[in-house]
Design a protein. Structure first.
Length: 100
């Protein structure tokens, strides 16, 4: 069996990579991918701690997090497509308070 510390270390590394991706990149698609990476890192931690405790609560929480993440991606991509159609380019720095 792999110790829980390995899973939490991997989760922390993945979460850090996601945070760096959100803070450094200016492309909205890369930002969404970084947010998804952060959510998956949290999911890994939930499952690891749930397995350590011998409970299924971590997996139930992961199910809800994945559902919310799928809805977030669908709405976010719809907004990105609408902005791209209106402006013909997408840059996070140009989006000031969602004004057209």
């Amino acid at each position: 069996m792999v110790p829980v510390g390995y899973y939490t270390t991997l989760s922390a590394v993945l979460f850090t990579i996601g945070v760096v991706g959100v803070l450094v990149r200016r492309n909205p698609l890369v930002i969404f991918m970084s947010i998804e990476l952060m959510l998956n890192a949290a999911n890994l931690a939930f499952v690891a701690f749930g397995r350590e405790a011998g409970q299924l609560d971590g997996q139930v929480i992961v199910f809800f997090v994945m559902t919310v993440a799928a809805a977030e991606v669908a709405v976010g991509l719809a907004i990105i497509v609408a902005i791209f159609r209106a402006r013909q380019r997408i840059n996070v720095d140009d989006l000031n308070l969602m004004r057209w």
